[in-house]
Design a protein around this ligand. Structure first.
Ligand SMILES: C[S@@+](CC[C@H](N)C(=O)[O-])C[C@H]1O[C@@H](n2cnc3c(N)ncnc32)[C@H](O)[C@@H]1O
Length: 265
């Protein structure tokens, strides 16, 4: 694991509590939209969620009749899982501790962009999926427009001394472009031997439109949470209050663009 990847893991470890009370609400909608694209029935399926975080995809999969194993390199994220009867597995998505063909579906909601070599993550997903089983991974398109709350919160944080950490700059400038267009994702899938791969575009209406929820979504992101956590409670409250005020009383609801890679093992 490179220094950048260690920093990424540490950022998610630190962010786990803030993530669970902010981004979690948004990512639940994204995970459900990802599962809508799953090309095999989920009822009765054995699902693996790679980069599961707090387990929102597993929740959605279980609600559709599947069993789910949650794997994440940041164990603290797994400890915030909603599903009380699921156990998370601390594991790197590129070298999963499972035998070949163990799952009917291997999914990853917005985790593929977090490694420097996403081809390896997809290749290991193919390995642990049964022949004919499904591979579904989502990413953010690099061309997507962000909700205004995105820039508002980053600006408020910058006024308090925040600068993007190195791992996050790398993610934005080097990792995301590898998976952030339909062509790039399709090419990656072919190089990882994903069968019948195609890439869909989804616009997910999360319905999140309360100023406080939008502020918490951004403040709980892993690139922000460690910075916020080391501030005094008073400054944290001031940042949140300013963010909420600047987001305004009547923000647009949060719609999110996703790319969805769909394929077979
Ligand atoms: C943007 S979060 C998404 C979390 C979750 N999928 C969701 O939808 O809420 C990315 C997740 O990928 C995890 N991750 C990063 N690198 C990983 C790796 N090499 N193997 C497994 N998980 C990884 C992070 O710890 C984090 O939980």
């Amino acid at each position: 694991m490179s220094d950048l990847e260690r920093d990424t893991r540490a950022a998610y470890e630190h962010a786990a509590t803030a993530w669970a009370s902010g981004p979690d609400q948004v990512y639940g909608h994204l995970a459900a939209a990802l599962l809508d694209h799953c090309p095999v029935p989920l009822d009765g399926a054995r699902v693996l969620d790679v980069g599961a975080g707090t387990g929102v995809l597993g929740d959605a999969a279980v609600a559709r009749g599947a069993r789910c194993v949650d794997a994440d390199v940041a164990v603290d994220m797994l400890e915030h899982q909603h599903g009380r009867d699921r156990r998370g597995v601390g594991a790197d998505g590129r070298s999963l501790p499972f035998r070949g063909g163990s799952f009917d579906v291997v999914a990853g909601n917005c985790s593929l962009s977090h490694v420097v070599d996403p081809q390896r993550m997809l290749a290991d997903a193919v390995r642990v999926t049964r022949a004919g089983g499904a591979i579904v991974f989502s990413t953010f398109p690099t061309t997507a427009e962000s909700h205004p709350a995105w820039a508002v919160v980053e600006a408020v944080l910058a006024e308090h001394g925040y600068a993007r950490p190195r791992w996050y700059r790398h993610l934005k400038h080097a990792s995301e472009p590898q998976v952030g267009t339909q062509d790039a994702l399709a090419h990656l899938a072919r190089s990882a031997d994903v069968e019948a791969a195609h890439v869909a575009h989804a616009r997910v209406e999360t319905g999140v439109d309360a100023p406080a929820a939008l502020a918490d979504w951004r403040l709980g992101m892993a690139q922000h949470a460690a910075f916020v956590a080391q501030l005094s409670a008073q400054r944290r409250d001031a940042i949140r209050a300013t963010a909420i005020e600047r987001i305004g009383n009547d923000p647009a609801p949060l719609d999110v663009d996703l790319l969805v890679l769909i394929g077979r093992a």
